[in-house]
Design a protein around this ligand. Sequence first.
Ligand code: FMN
Length: 338
Amino acid sequence: MNIGNLIVKDGVLLAPLAGVSNRPFRVLSIKAGAAFTYTEMISSEGIIRNQDRTKEMMGFKPDEQPIGIQLFGSDPKVMEQAAAITVKEFNPDLIDINFGCPVKKVVSKNGGSAILRDLALTEDIIKGTVAGAGDTPVTIKIRTGWDEANPVFEKVGEIAQRAGAKAVSLHARSRAKGFSGNADWNSIKKLKQAVDITVIGNGDIKTPQDVIRMKEETGCDGVMIGRAAMGNPFIFQQINHYLKTGDLLENPSMREKIEMARLHAQLMKEQFGEERGAKMMRRYLGWYIKGFRGASELRPILFGANTIQDIDSVFEDYLNNKLDILAHEKNNIDKKIN
Ligand SMILES: Cc1cc2nc3c(=O)[nH]c(=O)nc-3n(C[C@H](O)[C@H](O)[C@H](O)COP(=O)(O)O)c2cc1C
């Protein structure tokens, strides 16, 4: 797949995920075979004000590449400046504009999906970003529209193409739908028919077979996954294997999941330190241990760990059956049997 002059290898892209797709998660995803990663969405205002937390979220290393930095904002001039700073200081493979975020904090400042209500502003924001980005390709990520009654994705696709964007990613739901119902893949097909630039389909991919199905049903050039990768970098390997051979890999065992969680925790420590890393690791741990024996008892023990080292020890004890929870669980099972 091409995005402007950038060539992206076969496979699927890891979606931008605020609060999730930070460096450790991106490293693991690329290692598992993701074709591309994005940063979390970054405030254009934060960039031009040179805010430390904003800049911290923009940094990356070659082992997370190819990578796009995703910006949001509602002022074309600010977006232009922010894009120029992004290229000069970070030089990502592309800059993506977030036109899809439904979160109140972003929408109330007219960012994210709110812009889908003002197509003239949408065009100015893309033009500004393209001007600031210079030779770096600019892409956009959208939902189908503000609400079901007003689908604008085809119009926005045409606007993006005219304004110099090189690809459009479509999460095939309106802003109003949030994450409810099914994504409407037919809108991805319609977008593909409406524009010549690259179209990346997104929404509800859960299995390797879904990737093929989305490509066949919509004709999209690329596929992006979000929630299916959360606590599950294995999905990239499974998808690549299926695309290459047509065979399905077995799901990872509990030991493999724990190995991945421990590696993830080490990367969190390197990036954010023992204590901040441990706090930030909690949500991922919840995903990794889903379905484990005694998961509901294991979860609070892991969440109570204040350092990455403690998390590691909890897993070690769990693997060696040293945690009380397993005894509790055994009692419960014994009670049920008797
Ligand atoms: C926790 C979370 C954070 C997200 N953050 C962003 C974001 O920063 N930028 C963005 O464009 N989309 C964001 N999204 C939307 C995803 O990129 C993606 O479009 C959506 O999850 C649908 O894909 P999926 O069905 O594969 O999860 C987020 C979604 C989730 C669940």
